[in-house]
Design a protein around this ligand. Sequence first.
Ligand code: 3PG
Length: 328
Amino acid sequence: RPLDINIELPDEQAAQKIKIGLYFATWWSLNVVFNIYNKKVLNAFPYPWLTSTLSLACGSLMMLISWATRIADAPKTDFEFWKTLFPVAVAHTIGHVAATVSMSKVAVSFTHIIKSGEPAFSVLVSKFLLGETFPLPVYLSLLPIIGGCALSAFTELNFNMTGFMGAMISNLAFVFRNIFSKKGMNGKSVSGMNYYACLSMLSLLILTPFAIAVEGPQMWAAGWQNALAQIGPNFVWWVVAQSIFYHLYNQVSYMSLDQISPLTFSIGNTMKRISVIVSSIIIFHTPVQPINALGAAIAILGTFLYSQGTRLSYVYKYALCKAVRGSG
Ligand code: 3PG
């Protein structure tokens, strides 16, 4: 994947910036809508394993219809592609279901505050499992990320251990998903949109038996009746909305990953969390103590410092390469 350094003409640069801006705005808006409907559904129907399965099923169906009707070209894949995709799908499934379990137990804002700590997991996994090293500013940025998340967790009014652990497991799983998908998407012949479609389908196959084992049709039937009685027919539309928006926001995020570096992507992801945290606090009237908000702000500031530290190391390596090449 190219470094995040532009060598385009000013007009091309401006057009590219507008395009990326539009991708980001669409990605964040779809994500905010998903998070709101997802929480509304989970409040009335606390079966996160089924709702996670439905969102993958809905995305898979949407893409199968798009391919069948030629709205989108179906990808040409082989056994090797699906083999490489398998570990990505396992990590995606775990990350998705863990985040949904978390959101069924705690406020959406709390799940996303903990999820803003994902860069810390990325650095720790890369260092201790892959032996990668980072410049000092990157390590220092972990202090506000971890400290801010910890402050938020300790001062959260409606703290719940399952909710906290779900967000932490989701962070870890998504770090592995990113590591595995780098391998799968490098030099790929499949577009970001189709890559995510295949990922949804494989994740659906992996998740379905576990969802049946953990929750199962009996619980779902009783819960569904209960939710319908409480909310009325609108409940069905909420489920449809959370499923469609889940697929759309992920699809747009994978489409934008086609256009930008992983670093720009991770900055976009942090900005996305700010919009989700703020909008969900407003919509669900989540009680927030000033100290709790301070923790979230410190953690998010930490993720910005992390991205700046990583950018610095790219620029340094780029300058070093140029100097070495220049000197012969
Ligand atoms: C999910 O359900 O997969 C999570 O909400 C994903 O969270 P993220 O895409 O914001 O990391």
